[in-house]
Design a protein around this ligand. Sequence first.
Ligand code: CMC
Length: 392
Amino acid sequence: TGHVTYDPGFVNTAACASAITYIDGDAGILRYRGYPIDQLAGKASFLETSYLLIYGELPTAEQLAEFSGRIRLHTLLHEEMKQFFDGFPRDAHPMAVLSSAVSALSTFYQDSLDPFDPEHVEMSTVRLMAKVPTIASYAYKKSIGQPLLYPNNALGYVENFLRMTFGVPATEYEVDPVVAQVLDMLFVLHADHEQNCSTSTVRLVGSSNANLFASVSAGVNALFGPLHGGANQAVLEMLQAIQAEGGDVKSFVRRVKDKEPGVKLMGFGHRVYKNYDPRAAIVKQAAQDVLNRMAKPDPLLDIAMQLEEIALADDYFVSRKLYPNVDFYTGLIYKAMGFPTKMFTVLFALGRLPGWIAQWREMITDPTTKIGRPRQLYVGPTERAYVPMDQR
Ligand code: CMC
């Protein structure tokens, strides 16, 4: 109490000390546990990266096999949990289904909810890593009216998710190895990003000693918004809208600069990066590679590249240090892989999951953690007397 600092949006406030992810926004640097993102992307697998984030060190081959093996044991969803998917309307947004289902996990696994019991935390960690891809694919299957597939644990983490999403029963499904490899790399790029909106949410909810499922479910909801993870969906919708209006990129940029209400260049700008988002550079290359493999290139890639080129040369964007962020090109890749637009932010959630878990675990074991409880500047009326109803 006493002196209160006013910092809307926490622009200058560090809410915790963390040893997980380092960002230098001016230099465009991102490191997980000290390892530069461009060294991890394409070399470390998603599960390897998850292990690094959660346990602090790169795993040995043995440690990774053990970690993957434990996750593999828990990919099934409880049979009763499937009824959840029937209860939602067919056109439900899969992010809403995902957050509900993650929250519901805490009703099935009441044996592992104590945040201060390391074994419970370990169980919840493994269950989340294992079941979130199953939930994500079921949310999609329900939306298109197809039957749910059981996980095939002979497959790798990402391959299994792809098969449950795009496969159908009694039919061989060949996972395209290039698709699996690129998706795995995109998950690595999304795996953590220090104290962003959803991660801060996970920590804030967890700071009340709420369990890991409850905290991650809240993180999914925070990620849903278009200024955060929802931006990847919003970017694709923006590109499609520009295309539908004849592909006039310049006039769209003019509307952005005129600050027309609700018109922003989605996939541009970042609270911390005042330079090219290092993830976006990797994604842009992957987008070009994936889209060039397709028989018919997606004209939206051309619109995106024009937008970027115009924006990077325009004083409005240059003076505000607005560069493409991770969401600018990912949607084009997801679209090329066959994911519907509504699933894009779910893919972001799959990638961010180990980061949320690692940050929650760091928070819960940090002796300096206190319940998150911001202060305010009160700007309402001063004291006034109650007016009886008949005198108002
Ligand atoms: N298009 C047009 N103008 C923008 C944009 C944009 N995308 N982003 C920021 N600005 C302008 C903003 O209007 C402001 O201008 P002025 O100084 O004239 O008022 C200036 O740039 C500073 O922006 P801000 O809103 O104060 O910046 P912030 O740090 O509060 O917001 C942001 C960061 C990411 C929410 C914002 O840049 C944005 O809305 N971008 C579009 C949505 C998006 O792509 N989000 C994904 C972020 S990266 C991954 C993730 O978190 O999911």
